[in-house]
Design a protein around this ligand. Structure first.
Ligand code: NAD
Length: 308
């Protein structure tokens, strides 16, 4: 199993590290445009192999896509991250050009690859890859919901005073401060609905804290977060590589599901060796449907900024 990660910055390197530590891939290629940067990150990571006990071979390369040839999975993290006070949507000008060039170079050398898009604004970047590459929809996956759901579970556990392993929950919709739809109605603590333990006000607070999860970290760090994003990507890569058939919310091209068409937005999917093996449609409440509709309008507005 060969995995390429484009962008050896904070998220790309963290993603490569988690993939290696989980020890399921034979090879990870890190590629960056900055001279020597990916080579340095790869060498540093390889020097953790004997300490962390993994056999995955990590190599770094400066902008030479022949080194990525025949990758089973390619992850795109290249592009600029947001600074405090910025929205993800403001990154579109620079990142759209980068994602378009990078995805076409990857496919040239790995025509059968599955692509995972991480660069922001992620739903729009995923849509851009659909519109410009012609890859079938099950091989283009946007990572946002897996991270937002992890942040949701963190906030739920905090509110409940419970260990995170007791908590389950999911965030669907757009990967933006206003677009996320945290499904508090369905979240559980060890199979009991969290509404049994938490007031409506407290649950609304959890929802709001989840939606600004990325912005909160960007304010603290001065740039966007990387550990949880890297771990979330590694979870998707592992589900595909190991044919796990795990369910994650991912940005996926919808064709009628959730009443939406011609848009990439977060919905639950089953991930296995073929990429997206199924889109799972769950019954939403009227309020959730309205929130999903509003979220889709936000994503479409950003999609409208693409020069397609
Ligand atoms: N989808 C998510 O949930 C999520 C989470 C966190 C960050 N992000 C996004 O991921 C992206 C990367 O964030 P980061 O914190 O790692 O940024 P970073 O600046 O640390 O790393 C980005 C890397 O991309 C490289 N790069 C730029 N143009 C390139 C090109 N054409 N080819 C190859 N490499 C190129 C840069 O040299 C840099 O090393 C940002 O757009 C950020 O907003 C998404």
């Amino acid at each position: 199993m060969k995995v390429t990660v484009v962008g050896a910055g904070a998220v790309g390197a963290s993603c490569a590290e988690y993939i290696a530590i989980k020890n399921f891939a034979s090879e990870v290629v890190l590629l960056d445009i900055k001279e020597g940067f990916a080579e340095g990150k790869a060498m540093d990571l390889m020097q953790t192999a004997s300490l962390n006990g993994f056999d995955t071979k990590i190599t770094g390369i400066t902008n030479d896509y022949s080194a990525t040839a025949n990758s089973d999975i390619c992850v795109i993290t290249s592009g600029i991250p947001r600074k405090p006070g910025m929205t993800r949507e403001e990154l579109i000008g620079i990142n759209a050009g980068i994602v378009k060039t990078v995805s076409s170079s990857l496919i040239e050398h790995s025509p059968n690859t599955i692509i995972i898009v991480v660069s922001n604004p992620m739903d729009t970047m995923t849509y851009l890859v659909h519109k410009t590459t012609g890859l079938p929809k099950h091989r283009i996956i946007g990572m946002g919901g897996a991270l937002d759901s992890a942040r949701f579970k963190y906030r739920l556990a905090e509110a409940l005073g419970a260990p995170i392993s007791d908590v389950d929950g999911m965030v669907i919709g757009g990967h933006s401060d206003t677009g996320m739809v945290p499904l508090t109605r369905l979240a559980t603590r060890n199979s009991v609905l969290v509404s049994e333990f938490l007031s409506e006000d407290r649950l609304n607070q959890v929802k709001e804290d989840t939606k600004v999860g990325g912005a909160t970290l960007t304010k603290l760090l001065g740039t966007s977060a990387w550990y949880a994003p890297g771990a979330a990507v590694s979870g998707l890569v592992q589900a595909i590589a190991c044919n796990q058939k795990k369910m994650f919310p991912c940005s996926v091209l919808l064709e009628g599901e959730y009443g939406l068409n011609d848009i990439c937005i977060g919905a639950p999917v089953i991930l296995g060796r073929n990429g997206i093996e199924k889109i799972v449609e769950i019954e939403l409440s009227d309020a959730e449907k309205a929130h999903m509709q509003e979220s889709s309008e936000g994503v479409r507005k950003t999609n409208g900024l693409l020069a397609l």
